[in-house]
Every structure is written in C-alpha cells, then in structure tokens.
Design a protein around this ligand. Sequence first.
Ligand code: ATP
Ligand code: MG
Ligand code: MG
Ligand code: MG
Length: 574
Amino acid sequence: MRTSQFPLNTIKEIPADAEIVSHKLMLRAGLIRKLAAGLYTWLPLGLRVLRKAENIVREEMDRSGALEVLMPVVQPGELWQESGRWDEFGPELCRFKDRHERDFCLGPTHEEIITDLVRSEIKSYKQLPVNYYQIQTKFRDEIRPRFGVMRAREFLMKDAYSFHLEAESLQETYDRMYETYSRIFERLGLRFRAVLADTGAIGGSKSHEFHVLADSGEDAIAFSDRSEYAANIEMAEAVAPFETRKPASRPMEKVATPGKTSIAEVAEFLKVPPENIVKAIAVMIGKRDLDREWEEFCLLLLRGDHELNEVKAGKILGGFRLATDDEIEQHMGCRAGYIGPVQMSGAKGVVNVVADRAVPPMSDFVCGANEKGFHLTGVNWDRDQQAPKHVHDLRKVTEGDPSPDGKGSLRIARGIEVGHIFQLGSKYSEAMQATVLNEEGKSQVLVMGCYGIGVSRVVAAAIEQNHDERGIIWPQALAPYQVALAPINMHTSERLKQVAEHLYRSFRNEGIEVLFDDRKARPGVMFADLELIGIPHRVVVSERLLESNQAEYKGRQDADAIQIPLEEVVPFIR
Ligand code: ATP
Ligand code: MG
Ligand code: MG
Ligand code: MG
C-alpha cells in the first residue's frame, strides 16, 4: 500500500480524556476515532490490526475443533426472561422495545441465544460435545466507559459456548480452551498470565481469567513467587486468612421473622435502618468500598425486588466462589454461613449470612436468614460457647503475604483481563430446558461452558505492553504492515524512484506486507509517522545510499540503523 493512497491519520493533539498510553497512541496513530462515549470507529490502519487479532483467534478456535456461527446482536427479551437474567442484569443491559412493543436488548453476551439454538438443534447425546463460537459485536452500557477501546460500550468479542452430557466432557473442553487461549496470546506476542477467577455460579465450577500484564491494568492479580498459584486478587482475598479483632459484647439473638424475606421487610420488622443490612451484606461479600454498580445492586435489594434468600453466590450477586465446608469451618468454627467474599448456601438450600463476619463499624449488625424465617442480631456471639466471639476482619491481600497453597509468598501485579473461561454447569440449560436424550433414551439436562476473548481490547492491551516515547511497537503478529519503505526525496530523482518502486514490487511478490511512503514529505515527518504507527521494519533508500548500492535498515526497537546491499534487503527481511 502507498501512503499517497492510504492517508495516515496521525495527529499531534491528544484529547484530554485519553488517560492511558494505548488510548493516546491509538488516537495519535490514527487507528481509531471516538464517535461518542465508549463508541469508536476503526480507521483503515486500526482495522488491519483488529483483523489480525481476529484471524489468530479464529484460526486457533478452528484448530481446537470449535464451530463458527454468527448470532444476532439484537436479542429478544423473552429469552432473557426465561433464563431469569432480564431482571437480574443491571443497567449494563441496553433494553428497548420494537414497534410492536416487544422487549429486545443489545447482546452483552450470548448464553441465552446459543442455549435456545442448541435446545432446538441438538437432540441426541450422539451430537455432543459441541463448541460453537462467534466473533461478534457486543454492547454493554458500561457505567464508566474509558481508556478507548479497552473499556468501550460497543466492542468486539470472541465468545464460545460448549455443551456436554457430563461434567468430565466439559472439563476436557475447558482444558482444551485453556490451551487454545494460551496459544492465542502467545501467538499475539503478549506477556500474559492465566489466573484463577471467581465463578459466580453455584457449585464447584471453575473459572480462569487471562490477563495481559501491564501497569495500567484495572485488575490486580496475585501470584506465588514459588509455585504455579496465580489468582485474581478478589479470589486470593477470598481464601486469605482473616484477621481477628476484639469481640463485641452484645449477645447474639435469633429473631423469628416469619415471611419476611426482603431486606426492606426485615429492616422494618427489626427496626434497623435497611442501609445497615445492605452495608453489612456488601461487607460480607467483600465489597468494602461500594462503587456505583454495587450501590445500584443494593438498592435493588432494598426495594425488595429480590428475596434475601436469593442473595447467594451466582444467583444475584455473581462472581463469588462457594467456600468448601472445610474452609468455612476453618474460618468460622461452624459449618454454615457466608464468610467474607466466600459464600456457601446453608442447610436446606437456605442462605446463611454470616454471624461473625462483621467489620467495623458494622459490629453487632443484623443479618439473616440463618434459617428461613429467622434472622440474627448481635452477631458477634458464639452460640456454642455462649460468649462473645472474635470478629474476623476482611483481610486485604498484600505483597509478601503467604501464598494460599503454602508455597512461597504472594506478589501482586496489574493485569488487563483479555480472556475469561468458565464452567457454567447447567445454569442456562436448566432454566431454558436444553435437554437431549441420553443413551438410555431419557431426557437429560446439558452442562455448559463459555469462553470469551475481548478481541478489540487485545489490540489496546498489546500497545500497553509494547510502546516507547516515539509510539507503538507492534508485535510481529499484529503489525498492520511488516515493512515501511521510505525513500528520501524520491520526487526529485527518477533513478531513486525506480529503485524504490522495484523494492516495493519485490516485497509484494514475496508476500511481505509493505507500506510504501511515497508522500512528498520531509524525512523527519516520514520517520516520525512510521515510528508512531509502529511498523516493525523500516527500509530507507536515498540518492546518497544508492552511490554505494546500499539501503538503510532499522528495526523499530533498534538503536541504530545499519546498511545492507540493495539486493539483500528483501531476503534480509523475509
Ligand atoms: P471486565 O471485568 O473488564 O468488565 P468482564 O469480566 O465483564 O470484563 P466478560 O463477561 O468476562 O467481561 O467478557 C469476556 C471478555 O470481553 C473480557 O475478558 C474482556 O476481554 C472483554 N470485555 C468485557 N467488557 C469489555 C468492554 N467494556 N470493552 C472491551 N472489552 C471488554
Ligand atoms: Mg464487565
Ligand atoms: Mg471481569
Ligand atoms: Mg470476565
């Protein structure tokens, strides 16, 4: 491609809302332009990079045996009602009505749509397992769209959904996706780490996030310096030992609250401000600092839209792992209850909210329901000992803490979540009745996994990891062009022009993607642009160099240029 036909939209001024380096560079290099908050147009140069990322993802998904489909962005509300998420999903879900007053939404993810497809297309266990994927636009009305395409409202995601008869088969596909993701991020040339992540689903289901390591990352990850242990920090905090504080004095009471299941009702009955209950819940689930999203969630509870008994891992809160009985016992000395960000459901499927997980100033708060129809007050009371009990403070995980696996100590780094794999179990297939006939001819509910990669986010993440003060340094696999050909003052020398044109043709004949800077621009301007847009190899030809039949070569990261005989330029780069 010639820059005379391919306008480089490089700019000097950076809009004030561009906070991180990838956002700034994507604007300066002319890869993207903002349309509105969280909405971006990909310019030709940026789109080439996005497509490269997309193709690597597609190739590796195909290689894994997954099947590509393409589902609509617009989704009928009915399916979301069926799964229960129409009410559970917060304002990130963009809902609207069509001209017939029917509910629709813009897909933030596609579990409902694929489950609907599979329940009608897959009839027999013989057709399983199956893994469908798509590379499709998603819309999430993010509360704080920022960092350009890193946290956009409209973005490109690769999402895959696998269906199985049994958990073992799900585990196999999950492991294959884990390997596939590792290959993808390796091929993209990124430094990444797979970490344990919250599942949000009930049961022993599993989840890993893939993080690109970068200081600007919005997530913190904790990993052991002496073992394979690596986890999202929330996950690490969930299993971290709690600190113990002085007991409060008030005895704990069990109060019957028959039929009172919403927070508002319970609060009224117990004569405590509902905010306290909400705050207590927030603390117990590990959200000490309520952000707006969580405030909204708590308000939802306050309005009594949900039964308190529903406040359990995954059902409404999402994102919290179930504690094992042993963990509960170890931390609480009893075998039922929530502990901190770790939760479990108590006996008879009724949710227990912790009795002894209070954090100042929430000591002695009211919580429930320990049993259906009962709540507890004065929570720092040890029922067995009939004495005040020590209060465990939620513990921040910090650098140097012991690793939860007992091997080494924890280090903390920032990461950008670029991928997420998940064992969903039967959450959607059960709610939406996705079943097949098993070997015995009986109907059996499917188990399901889902696997996402933020394709557009990957592009920004790559820049966060690969740049210098002059601009982007593309990893080979993402570079929009491999070589920049920059002749100096070509328009004043016919001989130079012929040499440059010849080189251009030679690169193209070799299938090397080359950007021919044939503008009438000063060398300084040319070089600055080519470095800003991050082309890995630069070849300069000039009248002076021609005298000794040489060209000048400089890799994007090299300190100095070297001279190479003209006829060796193409083989050198190839
Ligand atoms: P985050 O924690 O960053 O909000 P998420 O956990 O909500 O992401 P998932 O539902 O796991 O996201 O979606 C799969 C992938 O889609 C993520 O791993 C991420 O790479 C990408 N992604 C999610 N939200 C956005 C967004 N607003 N803009 C760009 N990419 C996104
Ligand atoms: Mg999100
Ligand atoms: Mg996340
Ligand atoms: Mg995620």
